[in-house]
Design a binder for this molecule. Structure first.
Ligand SMILES: Nc1ncnc2c1ncn2[C@@H]1O[C@H](COP(=O)(O)OP(=O)(O)OP(=O)(O)O)[C@@H](O)[C@H]1O
Length: 713
């Protein structure tokens, strides 16, 4: 229908037209936001409040009702995927009536335009380090700088931390002279940072080498130094909208502030409760201080959740209130109740996976289900299981770190060496991790020794057969022979314990600041994968197969497959049924955030948990385990908090460790899940339990004990 020929209605004609055209009926705050015209506006939205819908309608309103030229509107968001998503949704809704394009962009790509326009005009060539390959790629450059300043190689995780820390410095505008005041947990960070900047300045001179975050720094500088350019962008974009604004960093805010002035027609949408990119320099306080920057700003809260059932909205709303740094607001919904949030506790991850497989096997529409975890490490073992049961999955943020990790390489090399202990090329990769230690000098001597004899026998000869060291080498020869005959699962255990690999790995981790827990996790995962496999070749093949499966899972995006995603990548998505898994202390909240003085980081972990929970439309299950990656763990405090909200009359503290069945204690029943003992009838030998799904059951004590059905929590 032609917008000009819209029918008159008692409500605002634009909204009446929208209702007719799209079927969307807005609530009061959505209406107020859509019909906002000029000046700064902060739209504080809770999850599921319809942010994208409102943003798009507001743009259409400006164009259709106020005849604003679409070229003068700049809609910014923080990931390419959401910029694309917004554009598609806008096209679908208004493509027929608004022919001129609106600019949907990421803030980086806007900054890129400012910088490249400027450099081109100056006749200065530039390159992006993110486009470089091989030894000049950003990763390779940072790796070699780390190595230079620390005299040691860097692990993949540390490299990521380093790249994040560099990004953090630029996003939060930390002056170089203050770098030492911040503990980035990276040895010689300042030196690496300065060398990296110098490398970019010099390596292709006169061509300037830039990274993504330099775009922000430079764009900010240009807009500050060049009034003509600033004026151009201010005139070009009279209306600026930003989505996911809780993830905006200081420098991004400053850029937006500059171009929005002097009119400040700035439409900012965000939810500080969903700010989860603190490690990259984003912080919710910029939203919290919006009024300081724009004193005449209007603030509208959009707190109706259109997504989730009442059970989910009520509990998650209560849950996030434990955070202190937030706007006080109450999320509500008119949606009906469905199922209470379910909490299930399992002994091990395998039991948890079995449960998931069982649930998924009964599900027809797998695309409506998501399994969400804090760390990518949770995915590998689960995928192994899903694949064995033929359950298709779509992995949202596949990062191929696991299979290339040095620990995985080491284990494969130990196995390889057990087939041929004369292979010095393989020995060179593991020699420092063996016990007794094999030095570089030993390797040189070995290269000159008899190539047809075991390296260990040669070494024993070099050291003199009777020496202690020689005895150690001969023992190693025996162990590697034994290793060769073990099943893959036994072999990994053997490498860890008998060959003392774990001790060496711990030493390496301590020396280089890597996480030993992560290493143990990788070893545990390798053991899971190895279960049931017969030969070492099968094991190596299975690793390759899993790697391929994970890469190929992107083709399952639009098919009947369960989505597997980290909490970070789940933002903005929704699923009928959601399982949050591996909910234990040290994972979520993560170990770092549990340290004293890290309260801000603990709040960010709580927000992450909240983002995960609020993805669910109808069903939400929280799964926790007693043993994670082979170590005893405590249930996540966030699970406890949710349980407490679900059953406020119950005290969860102090119950653990009390193995006596008594009224008031929690039990975990294999079939019915977690519940509270209401009463005990000793005469009948029964006890009554109120389970978290709302059911109350009388159970026979003897049956429960004989079948090992319950545990007192
Ligand atoms: N006025 C409305 N009436 C009915 N449904 C609506 C309305 N507004 C939004 N919705 C629906 O509510 C759901 C959530 O909307 P949307 O994804 O835009 O929320 P959001 O605010 O971006 O959420 P989150 O921040 O959690 O990602 C969508 O399915 C959307 O179609």
């Amino acid at each position: 229908m032609d917008y000009a020929k819209r029918s008159p209605a008692s409500e605002h004609p634009f909204l009446a037209w929208v209702k007719k055209e799209t079927g969307i009926v807005l609530n009061r705050s959505q209406r107020e936001a859509v019909l906002h015209k000029e000046g700064p506006l902060l739209l504080l939205a809770t999850p599921g409040a319809g942010k994208t819908t409102v943003l798009n309608l507001h743009i259409a309103y400006l164009i259709l009702e106020h005849k604003i030229n679409p070229h003068q509107i700049l809609s910014l968001t923080f990931s390419r995927a959401s910029a694309r998503d917004m554009e598609t949704r806008f096209q679908n809704l208004f493509g027929r009536v608004i022919s001129q394009p609106v600019r949907f962009s990421t803030i980086h790509s806007f900054a890129f335009q400012v910088v490249t326009d400027y450099l081109r005009r100056q006749g200065r060539p530039y390159k992006l380090i993110e486009n470089e390959q091989g030894v000049t790629s950003k990763g390779a450059v940072l790796k070699s700088l780390y190595q230079k300043h620390n005299a040691t190689v860097v692990s993949e995780e540390k490299l990521e931390e380093l790249a994040n820390a560099i990004g953090y410095v630029k996003n939060t505008m930390i002056p170089v002279e203050n770098l030492e005041t911040i503990d980035f947990k990276i040895n010689h960070f300042k030196e690496i940072y300065l060398s990296y900047e110098e490398y970019k300045r010099k390596s292709y001179a006169p061509t300037i080498l830039l990274d993504f975050d330099d775009m922000l720094t430079l764009a900010h500088d240009i807009l500050e130094r060049e009034p003509g350019i600033l004026n151009f962008y201010q005139k070009q974009y009279r209306y600026i909208l930003t989505d996911e604004s809780q993830d905006t960093s200081l420098i991004q805010h400053k850029i937006i502030e500059k171009i929005a002035k002097p009119q400040c027609n700035l439409f900012v949408v965000g939810d500080e409760d969903q700010a989860i990119y603190g490690f990259r320099g984003a912080a919710p306080q910029y939203l919290l201080e919006f009024k300081k920057t724009y004193p005449n700003a209007k603030i509208i809260a959009m707190t109706e959740n259109f997504r989730s059932s009442e059970d989910i909205v009520k509990i998650t709303n209560q849950f996030i209130k434990a955070n202190k740094k937030r706007y006080e607001k109450d999320m509500f919904t008119h949606n009906t109740k469905n199922k209470p949030i379910q909490i299930s506790k399992f002994k091990t991850e395998q039991e948890q996976w079995d449960y998931l497989v069982q649930q998924l096997a009964r599900t027809d529409d797998l695309s409506s289900v998501a399994i969400i975890y804090r760390n990518n490490a949770s995915a590998i073992g689960l995928i192994n299981k899903l694949d064995k049961h033929g359950i298709p999955f779509y992995l949202r943020d596949f990062k191929n770190r696991f299979f290339a990790h040095w620990v995985v390489e080491d284990v494969l090399n130990y196995l390889r060496f057990s087939y041929n202990d004369k292979n010095i090329a393989v020995l060179e990769k593991i020699h420092t991790k063996l016990n007794p230690f094999i030095s570089k000098n030993d390797l040189e001597l070995l290269k000159r020794a008899d190539a047809d004899v075991s390296s260990f026998v040669n070494l024993a000869k070099i050291y003199g057969d009777a020496s202690k060291k020689a005895q150690g080498f001969l023992r190693l020869q025996k162990y590697f022979n034994q290793l060769n005959k073990l099943s893959p699962h036994q072999a990994i255990r053997f490498i860890r314990k008998k060959l003392k690999y774990e001790e060496s790995a711990e030493r390496i981790c301590n020396n280089l600041g890597y996480s030993f827990d992560n290493v143990k996790g990788i070893l545990a995962t390798l053991e899971y994968i190895a279960v049931g496999l017969e030969t070492h070749q099968e094991f190596a093949f299975r690793l390759k197969e899993l790697e391929k499966l994970m890469g190929d899972s992107k083709y399952n995006q639009d098919s009947n497959a369960v989505t597997l995603t980290t909490m970070h990548s789940a933002k903005g998505l929704e699923f009928k049924r959601v399982y949050l898994i591996d909910l234990v202390e040290g994972v979520i909240p993560g170990a770092e955030s549990l340290k004293k003085g890290n309260e801000d980081s603990l709040e960010e972990e709580r927000r992450l948990f909240y983002v995960g929970m609020t993805r669910a439309i109808q069903e939400l299950s929280l799964l926790t385990v007693e043993e994670y990656q082979q170590a005893k763990v405590d249930e996540s405090r966030f699970v406890k908090e949710v349980r407490q909200i679900l059953q406020p009359d119950l005290k969860t503290e102090g119950v653990q460790g009390d193995k006596q069945l008594a009224a008031g204690v929690f039990i975990d029943h294999k079939k019915f899940g977690v519940g509270k003992v209401i009463s005990i009838n000793r005469g009948k030998g029964t006890f009554r339990v109120g389970f978290e799904n709302g059911q109350v059951k009388d159970l026979l004590y003897s049956v429960c004990i004989e079948n090992n059905l319950i545990r007192v929590l």
